[in-house]
Ligand binder design. Structure first.
Ligand code: ATP
Ligand code: MG
Length: 396
């Protein structure tokens, strides 16, 4: 069977008026970016669905399936054939797509997006069911209609001027189309957690701008390569990305020299957040995302989180808050970032860790220590030396 279409369904909860059009347009745009360029003629909105018109001779099902599995917003999708919107044609087509399949029982399930079709869904099911049964019984005398537990279901959708038929619903990734929720800056360390946190942001429709702090010569070029690889992997969900590389060495040195050892990590983070906030304003990002999770390491206590977050005004999202480490590791494996995250490559903050880091930061003390530094100038210098890498994934 040669498929002519793919029909994509999305979860419609909360989609109304203008919102809906915006959502659908983004979804169309993202599907176009994800699909192999020569595989489709057109992608468009069609009453509550997205219709992909395939180039028949170029259909590579596996390739298309793999591309659509990364497009957030798709609840499920189906490879379909189409026919004229007449009951006779629909009957024929149903018999045709079922005739080479092996099954003992079946059912027809119709969805009518267009209410002026002369038959209702139930009537279509009955007419098509009867016809298929009669036609295929000659070869398979035991064939039955089974509404409760059929071996195969033939789905029919009546929309606009078309009738579409298909046999399988393939689950999509769910979520919201990337970029409908605006942008956020994700602080990406190269560890296991922050890539997963970025992924969760993308899944809720956030376009991620990636930000990584480097600390030459304390960290090596290989750490940067690692982070670039991670961004490439995550980029399959948003197709193009910016990665900011901010030199952190000077700030780190100042903190090491002038402030209490136990507060180092908290002060590093406050600086990271501030720099992220400055960049956020430049790119119009509305939130920061980190891979922090309460209590995962001694430093991630509620007190410390509070003392860090106080440095910025932007909301800080922590999508991993409810996950155990083993869940995060599983998820990183699924996304494909785990194997890169565990490659050797030191993070700037893992050097010079104090023996007894503060676990209950006191904000007044943190601020007192911090005020020994020229905060404004350090940030300005770091921003000046920031480099941006553009990551564009090439389609297969
Ligand atoms: P990860 O696995 O993401 O490294 P972690 O459990 O090791 O997280 P920390 O090292 O304490 O935790 O870092 C907490 C968060 O701070 C990270 O998830 C990340 O968002 C941010 N972060 C840490 N180091 C960097 C860095 N070099 N560049 C950018 N962000 C960083
Ligand atoms: Mg880390």
């Amino acid at each position: 069977m040669k498929y002519e279409y793919v029909i994509c369904h999305y979860a419609e909860i909360g989609l109304k008026g203008k919102n809906r059009k915006f959502f659908e347009e983004k979804l169309v745009e993202n599907i176009k970016k994800a699909l192999p360029g020569n595989s489709f003629q057109r992608v468009r909105r069609i009453s509550g669905r997205i219709l992909i018109e395939l180039i028949e001779e170029k259909v590579n099902e596996t390739q298309i399936k793999n591309s659509l599995k990364d497009v957030f917003g798709i609840a499920h999708f189906s490879f379909a054939v189409g026919c004229e919107q007449k009951i006779e044609s629909i009957k024929e087509k149903a018999a045709e797509i079922l005739k080479d399949k092996k099954f003992k029982s079946f059912r027809i399930e119709t969805q009518r997006g267009k209410k002026d079709f002369p038959l209702d869904s139930q009537q279509i099911n009955e007419r098509v069911g009867e016809y298929v049964l009669r036609k295929l019984k000659t070869r398979n005398p035991k064939l039955k209609v089974n509404l409760k537990k059929p071996k195969i279901t033939c789905f029919i959708e009546i929309v606009e001027k078309y009738a579409f038929l298909y046999l399988r619903k393939i689950p999509g990734p769910g979520g919201l189309p990337v970029s409908v929720s605006g942008k956020a800056i994700s602080l990406l360390s190269g560890g296991i957690d922050s890539p997963v946190a970025s992924f969760y942001g993308q899944r809720r429709g956030i376009e991620i701008i990636f930000l990584h702090f480097t600390s030459f010569p304390f960290t090596k070029q290989s750490s940067v390569e690692k982070v670039k690889k991670i961004v490439e992997i995550l980029n399959r969900f948003q197709f193009q990305a910016k990665l900011y590389l901010v030199p952190f060495t000077e700030i780190q040195k100042e903190i090491l020299l002038k402030t209490k050892a136990k507060l180092r990590v908290i002060l590093y983070r406050r600086f990271m957040f501030r720099i992220a906030e400055v960049l956020a304003e430049k790119v119009r990002a509305r939130a920061l995302i980190t891979g922090e999770s309460v209590g995962q390491v001694a430093s991630q206590t509620l007190e410390n989180i509070g003392a860090i977050e106080e440095a910025v005004k932007l909301p800080v999202l922590r999508p991993l808050i409810g996950l155990d480490k083993k869940d995060i590791i599983n998820e990183a494996g699924e996304i494909g970032t785990f194997d890169v995250s565990i490659l050797p490559g030191e993070d700037c903050c893992s050097r010079f860790l104090p023996k007894h880091p503060e676990t209950r930061a006191n904000l007044a003390e943190v601020k007192r220590e911090e005020n020994k530094l020229n905060i404004g100038k350090l940030i300005e210098e770091a921003i000046k030396k920031t480099k941006v890498v553009r990551i564009i994934n090439h389609k297969s």
